[in-house]
Design a protein around this ligand. Structure first.
Ligand SMILES: [Zn+2]
Ligand SMILES: [Zn+2]
Length: 239
C-alpha cells in the first residue's frame, strides 16, 4: 500500500523537477541493541530499493556514523546523521546531528539538538505500544513530527501524528524505523534536490511528499532475537 498525504500542509502545488531525493529518515543499525543490521546490508538494500539516502538514528548512540559515512560514499548514497534518544516524554530523534545526546530530560535533549544545529523530531509519538506518550509538555516544542512510521501497528497511531502536525504547523518526516533489512525504505520522504542541504531546505519549507507502508506486525518481537540470530536474519548474499 502506498500512502500519500494529500491533505493539509504538504498538499501545496509546488513543482517537483527531475532531480528527486527519496530518503528514509529512520533506520537502526547493529549499534542499536534491538537491531542486527550491519552497514553494508543497509546501504546495499537502500540502493536496491531506489532510495537516494537514509538517516541513521540508533538508540542513544551515534557510533555507527563514522563507518557509515565512508560506506555512504562508496554506495553513492546520502547519509543524514542522527540519533533517537530516550526521553521522559518518549522517543525524540535528532536529525543532522553527529554527537550522541543523552536523555532523559526532554528540555535538555531538545536544547542540545538545537545547539548542535539539528532538527528535533517526535518519532511515532502516538504509538502506545512503544515509548511514546503523545504530544505533551516540552515535547510540543519539537521541530518536526514523524507522521508515518512503518512500525506503527495501528494506522490511527500515524493518523494522530499527522493531524497533530497539521494543527500545530510542524515540519513532517517519515521513516521505516527499520531494524531488519526487509524494512528499509518502507517509508520515506521525497523532495526535489541533489544534496543533503537541498533535502534539509525542502524539509524546512515542508516541500515534501511522504510515502509509507506498514511493516508486518511480527517484526517488533523479532527484535528481541536480533542479536542471537543475526546470521539468520542477514540479507541474503551478504557475508
Ligand atoms: Zn522509537
Ligand atoms: Zn527507531
Amino acid at each position: 500500500m502506498i500512502f500519500l498525504m494529500t491533505n493539509s500542509i504538504i498538499s501545496f502545488s509546488f513543482y517537483f523537477g527531475d532531480n528527486m531525493l527519496k530518503i528514509d529518515l529512520h533506520v537502526h543499525t547493529l549499534w542499536s541493541k534491538c537491531s542486527g543490521m550491519d552497514l553494508h546490508t543497509i546501504f546495499k538494500v537502500a540502493k536496491k530499493r531506489g532510495l537516494n539516502g537514509l538517516a541513521i538514528t540508533d538508540h542513544n548512540t551515534t557510533k555507527a556514523l563514522r563507518p557509515a559515512k565512508k560506506l555512504a560514499k562508496k554506495y553513492n548514497l546520502l547519509l543524514i546523521p542522527g540519533v533517537e534518544i530516550d526521553t521522559t516524554h518518549g522517543h525524540i530523534a535528532g536529525l543532522f546531528v553527529e554527537n550522541t545526546i543523552f536523555g532523559p530530560n526532554t528540555n535538555e535533549v531538545l536544547a542540545t539538538i538545537h545547539e548542535l544545529g539539528g532538527l528535533s523530531v517526535a518519532t511515532h509519538p502516538y504509538d502506545s505500544f512503544r515509548k511514546s506518550y503523545g504530544m505533551k509538555g516540552p515535547k510540543t516544542k519539537v521541530d518536526a513530527i514523524e507522521v508515518f512510521n512503518s512500525r506503527c501497528v495501528f494506522s490511527h497511531f500515524n493518523a494522530k501524528s499527522q493531524s497533530y502536525a497539521i494543527r500545530h504547523h510542524k515540519l513532517i518526516t517519515a521513516g521505516s524505523d527499520a531494524h531488519f533489512w526487509f524494512e528499509i525504505g518502507n517509508a520515506y520522504v521525497e523532495t526535489e534536490g541533489d544534496t543533503i542541504d537541498d533535502f534539509r531546505q525542502a524539509l524546512e519549507k515542508r516541500q515534501v511528499r511522504i510515502y509509507g507502508k506498514k511493516t508486518f506486525e511480527l517484526t517488533q518481537p523479532l527484535g528481541f532475537f536480533a542479536r542471537k540470530f543475526r546470521k539468520i536474519i542477514k540479507y541474503p548474499g551478504i557475508n
